[in-house]
Unconditional design. Structure first.
Length: 349
């Protein structure tokens, strides 16, 4: 099932939560809606589910106009951040619930329900837990039950709202791999909401970056990370260093340094962006893009060494990241003078 979201507007009173959202989700795709708090991700998901209504626009699922359908007729699987399992039912009963409450004509037989639930519990690797109650499971296990329950009714599409948001970092990581594998087996067109950049980039086929009710960029994880469309996306998708300066004839001047740039040909003020790992560290300057700096702090974490350095021209801090081997061969210490040279600088006006 493909989802075609056209011209969606949503206001809460005078507040514009969604401003003309257009988006196509391809059949079998796992799409992430990523953005800071309040950017409109949940509102959009709830509108697709039919739990909220748009003020303008339509949602087509294949050629079916979803906008005219009630939530119960949309056949959407929904998984929330807080596992809304029924506390008084066993895990088996929780997964079976959606099948048992189907109208009589569509309801599978008792034997079919048992087979389906058994299959799903195997899929989420919780077969031996089927007689337990939700309170006897860990948070990660409960989310897996929630997903099995959502899949039981064979949804046309699957919507997940921060499904791993309440779990600790290690479990989150395990579950997102697991979700990806499950999606590859089931291939249900799925949209999941997250504000965690790493999670979106790690799991999704494509990422939609939202900000203040608008889409900033849509692309594969590689596209949005390697070629951010604007400064918001650049900033949102990882640590950055900012260089204030001016573009002049294909070059960018910032303090005493001058850089060759790919983008930006006008003569205007601009802001350059460099990721912490995108620097070459030298003991002597090699050209005008080598920025003289003093090492203020060195922090070693695993195989990575982070250095906090201060440019001597503008007295601004830069965050530089090296792998341990590079750092060892440099032989530098706090207080030393070094030259940091961006491998690439992207300038937005
Ligand atoms: N029922 C509502 N009434 C009024 N304002 C609302 C309502 N629901 C959401 N909003 C507002 O709309 C904006 C978008 O909210 P939404 O929950 O869609 O954002 P989000 O990106 O999912 O944020 P979060 O990551 O914090 O959940 C926010 O400013 C929010 O305060």
């Amino acid at each position: 099932m493909s989802i075609n979201i056209k011209n969606i507007h949503k206001n809460y009173g005078s507040y514009e939560a969604l401003k003309d959202i257009n988006l196509e989700v391809k059949t079998g795709e796992l799409l992430a809606l990523l953005g800071p708090s309040g950017s409109g991700k949940t509102s959009l998901l709830r509108i697709i589910a039919g739990l909220e209504y748009q003020d303008q626009g339509v949602i087509l699922v294949d050629e079916d106009n979803f906008s005219e359908k009630h939530v119960k007729d949309r056949n959407v699987g929904f998984v929330f951040q807080h596992y809304a399992l029924f506390r008084h039912m066993t895990i088996f009963e929780n997964v079976a619930y959606g099948l048992r409450v189907k109208p009589k004509k569509e309801r599978p037989t008792k034997k079919e329900i048992t087979e389906k639930v058994t299959e799903l519990l195997e899929l989420v690797k919780l077969s031996s837990y089927q007689d337990r109650y939700p309170s006897q499971l860990s948070g990660g296990q409960r989310q897996r039950v929630a997903l099995a329950r959502a899949l039981a009714v064979k949804p046309k599409i699957l919507l997940l709202d921060e499904p791993f948001g309440a779990l600790d970092a290690k479990v989150r990581k395990e579950l997102r791999r697991w979700l990806r594998n499950l999606h590859d087996q089931y291939k249900i067109t799925s949209i999941f909401v997250t504000h965690d950049q790493e999670e979106a980039l790690d799991v999704a086929d494509r990422v939609v970056i939202m900000n203040e009710g608008e889409i900033e960029q849509i692309g594969t994880p590689e596209e949005v990370y390697e070629s951010p469309a604007n400064s918001f996306v650049y900033d949102f998708l990882g640590s950055i260093n900012i260089f204030k300066g001016r573009m002049e004839k294909g070059k960018f001047a910032s303090g005493a340094a001058m850089f060759n740039i790919q983008n930006g040909i006008g003569n205007e003020d601009g802001v350059g962006y460099v990721r912490p790992y995108d620097f070459i560290i030298e003991k002597q300057p090699s050209d005008k893009s080598s920025i003289k700096s003093i090492i203020r702090h060195i922090q070693k974490v695993g195989n990575t060494v982070r250095m906090d350095v201060v440019r001597t021209d503008l007295h601004e801090s830069l965050e530089v990241e090296l792998i341990k081997e590079q750092y060892s061969s440099l032989q530098v210490k706090q207080g030393d003078i070094i030259y940091v040279k961006p491998k690439e600088i992207r300038v937005f006006s």
